[in-house]
Design a protein around this ligand. Structure first.
Ligand code: SAH
Ligand code: F3S
Length: 498
């Protein structure tokens, strides 16, 4: 297996999946080129698609000219992400005219949201497949090659089995696991409920089996994915309430598994039981991504976020009291309709008060079909831009301060591999999800996938730098003893587009 990237991710925080060796005897019609935009959920969906394609004799290539199909896993959360996909597929129109068998496929959220418009405006798209039917991709692709009209598959209720036995992700020791799909919230700015449908949780047993299989395959860290992952369990067992904490307790028992993370949480569902599980279960990392969106109650109400700043504050106070080394990251939207200077100042204030380790800051982007789309988008673009920059600058200063506090501490790091910027160094993440870089040294390449202890000697607002303390497998010194620190985070959603 080669390691050149197959996936070009717009979100630089997400790594590429490995490419698969291409046997020259594989015909062009069986070679697929795939690009993924947007969130971590898309990345995992893409991984599942690749699994299905491989099983059906397809191969994935990073050379679009070599492929019989070019597929785009798309994101609708902001206009910018949609524009980028449209411009890419626009570039394939001529090739499709020359090569009628070539399939251009739009998959995921854009396909789900807007199949009809895509079909009308871009007739060269041969396959439009939404978020519910992507595991049928091998069959759909076959159909699309034969069909003269676009193949459209946008049934959201389709029964898809999401489990997989192998980790096809870029890091051998790290895997994402979808524990629920869809979203039952009604945040007025957000298109996700329309593109991903109602919330459906997978049974604990099924997830437990999948994680065990992944651990047998070498995985040490799992990240549980859901749009509101902490409302996991709804409608799972009639008459009994099951929550994310039950799942965490179950997974914590799996021997060989070292770390459990979960993204993204909603403030409404931060229960004391979940906070206890984060505090007490040794495998559950003390890192929480809890989007706040705004520091102003007036704006939060208009967003229908269902919590107040006071409530958010008391949740975080509870977490900090209970969870040692608690690390917090968030999302902000700036320029939501009606956001006044005062509202924006409240967002700046809450960033400093909450001491977020990392924030993703997005400029509001009106999405057709959402409730906020009916409000006047009245914050001018230059003001959105300026607010965006100002919050980012505040966050940078906060992150730098929090990262620097780690200097001198010893961190447990799960090693990913050589650093992209400097192959003489290795990179990985600590429990707080901060990137940690340290010198590779002779023979240390084999540390990829291992947990090691690193003493931190320097820090920027995005990265900790350190030195290896002990070899692979050595028990790290008090990994939970860090300060109330922070990291830039993995995200379900693309932070670039904002
Ligand atoms: N539950 C999801 C949130 C989906 S969208 C998750 O797991 O991350 C991710 C982030 O994008 C949101 O938290 C919000 O900050 C931002 N966002 C969503 N819709 C947006 C819009 N219309 N304009 C700008 N930012 C948006
Ligand atoms: Fe759901 Fe979007 Fe709100 S995913 S929680 S409606 S931000």
């Amino acid at each position: 297996m080669s390691t050149s990237p197959v996936f070009k991710l717009e979100d630089e925080l997400v790594d590429a999946l490995p490419a698969f060796d291409l046997d020259p005897s594989v015909p062009r019609s069986r070679r697929v080129y795939l690009e993924v935009f947007g969130c971590q959920m898309n990345k995992l969906d893409a991984e599942l698609m690749v699994g299905a394609l491989l099983e059906h004799g397809y191969r994935v290539t990073d050379q679009i000219d070599d492929a019989g199909a070019a597929l785009y896993v798309t994101c609708s959360v902001r206009q910018h992400a949609e524009d980028r996909v449209l411009s890419k597929i626009g570039g394939l129109k001529r090739r499709k005219r020359r090569e009628p068998d070539f399939v251009v496929g739009v998959l995921g959220c854009m396909a789900q949201r807007d199949a009809e418009t895509l079909r009308r405006r871009h007739p060269y798209i041969g396959l439009i497949c939404g978020t519910g039917e992507f595991l049928k991709l091998p069959q759909l692709l076959e159909e699309a090659r034969r069909s003269r009209t676009p193949v459209v598959a946008t049934d959201l209720e389709a029964d898809v089995k999401f489990e997989r036995r192998r980790n096809l992700g870029p890091n051998r020791a790290q895997a994402f696991v979808s524990v629920m799909r869809g979203c039952d919230q009604a945040c007025t700015f957000c298109i996700v409920p329309a593109t991903r449908g109602k919330e459906i949780s997978r049974p604990v047993r099924e997830i437990d089996d999948e994680v065990r299989a992944l651990v047998d395959d070498g995985v040490k860290e799992v990240t549980l994915l859901g749009q509101t992952v902490n409302s996991y369990g709804k409608r799972l067992a009639p008459g009994r309430s099951i929550g994310l904490h039950h799942l965490l307790h179950q997974l914590n028992k799996i021997s060989g598994l070292k770390r459990i993370r979960f993204i993204t949480s909603h403030p409404r569902f931060m229960t004391p039981d979940l906070i206890d599980a984060m505090a007490d279960l040794e495998k559950v990392c003390e890192y929480l991504h809890l989007p706040i969106q705004s520091g102003s109650d007036v704006v939060l109400r208009r967003m229908l976020r269902t919590y107040t700043i006071d409530r958010y504050r008391s949740t975080i106070e509870h977490c900090r009291r209970r969870i040692r080394g608690f690390a917090l990251a968030t999302d902000f939207i700036v320029g939501f309709p009606g956001e006044s200077d005062e509202d924006f100042e409240a967002s700046c204030g809450i960033l400093e008060e909450m001491r977020f380790q990392g924030s993703f800051v997005f400029k509001y982007s009106p999405r057709p079909g959402t409730r906020a789309h009916d409000l006047v988008d009245d914050v001018p673009e230059p003001v959105k831009q300026e607010r965006n920059q100002r919050l980012l600058r505040l966050q940078e200063a906060m992150s730098l301060e929090l990262y620097r506090r780690r200097i001198g501490s010893i961190e447990e790091v799960l090693v990913e591999g050589p650093s992209k910027n400097d192959p003489t160094r290795l990179t990985g993440r600590n429990r707080a999800h901060q990137i940690v870089v340290f010198p590779a040294g002779a023979g240390r390449e084999s540390l990829a996938g291992e947990l090691v202890a690193v003493r931190i000697v320097d820090a920027t607002a995005l990265t900790l730098y350190g030195e290896l303390v002990s070899g692979a497998g050595a028990p790290p010194a008090a990994p939970r003893a860090g300060a109330l620190v922070a990291s830039e985070s993995i995200r379900l959603f693309d932070p670039v587009g904002g």
